[in-house]
Write a protein that binds this ligand. Structure first.
Ligand code: OAD
Length: 248
């Protein structure tokens, strides 16, 4: 059975690594980007999530981002996040590399989380560099559009997430690649694996000899590289795998 096989592989891992995407937070009520009900079915990403669009019209950016921010800030970790935290505590995962910006892995107790696309929990002024929590800016959106910097009064407040057209955080990318090269088991969860360089992580791990497990609602382009592929919901499948490992 595939869940049992996944537990055997991960249970023997000495340097396990997880790569997560929007699917792991879907059961927390945060919409994914692609697929059924995905955000990019309603919005053109290159438009609403690009740095050029933000710089041209911060109000339009914030109008589109307001609803997603409200949902993400109100979300709680689900059993899939909890299982990943448990696997780290049990020594089976060295780290989680995530494309998510919602902070739910950290909320769930995961300690080593590499955020490849930044964090949506903080907002930074592009004029003066002042940072404040997204929750504070979010509260102001009802009365102030675009939101203004509390330090310099400027209007270029941007969540500390990577927008299309922006450079990736190089330290996070290098750390993720080093972890991938050292991984003996690669667990891929809730990602369509179409955005690079994130999708490079499992490729690097596989090329370096890691055995791969994919837990995703739909097929991914790398299913053929994986030793175990489970098409299911991470909030159901991961707790089963963790239970088999932790309880024996
Ligand atoms: P996607 O929306 O592309 O893919 C989410 C994947 O999760 C899909 O393959 C779904 O089938 C799967 N899925 C949905 N619900 C699930 C569940 N309950 N359990 C398991 N799998 C589930 O999201 P990402 O791959 O994370 O980047 O997208 C990558 C990047 O594209 C995002 O970080 C974002 C976006 O543009 C930036 O904004 C820079």
């Amino acid at each position: 059975m595939t869940v049992r096989r996944a537990a055997e592989l991960l249970g023997a891992a000495r340097n396990g690594l997880a790569l997560t995407g929007a699917g792991v937070s879907a059961e927390s009520g945060i919409p994914t980007f692609r697929g059924e009900g995905g955000l990019w079915k309603r919005f053109d990403p290159v438009k609403v999530a690009s740095i050029d669009y933000f710089l041209a019209d911060p109000s339009a950016y914030w109008s589109a981002s307001k609803e997603r921010g409200r949902v993400a800030l109100g979300a709680s970790p689900n059993p899939g996040h909890a299982a990943l935290a448990e696997l780290e505590t049990a020594g089976r995962l060295a780290a989680i590399v995530t494309q998510n910006t919602d902070g739910l892995h950290q909320d769930s107790g995961s300690r080593r989380v590499i955020e490849l696309h930044g964090s949506g929990r903080t907002v930074q002024c592009l004029d003066c560099g002042f940072r404040e929590p997204r929750s504070e800016v979010q509260a102001r959106l009802e009365v102030e559009m675009p939101p203004r910097c509390r330090s310099c009064g400027g209007t270029l407040l941007k969540p500390t997430v990577v927008l299309f057209g922006e450079a990736m955080p190089q330290a996070a990318v290098q750390e993720a690649l080093a972890l991938a090269r050292a991984a003996d088991v690669m667990l891929v969860v809730g990602t369509s694996l179409v955005v690079y360089p994130a999708a490079e992580i499992p490729l690097v791990a596989a090329r370096s000899g890691a055995r791969m497990i994919v837990v995703n609602a739909e097929p991914t382009p790398f299913d053929d590289l994986a030793e175990v592929v489970i098409h299911g919901r991470s909030g159901e499948v991961l707790p089963e795998i963790a239970r088999l490992i932790v309880d024996g």
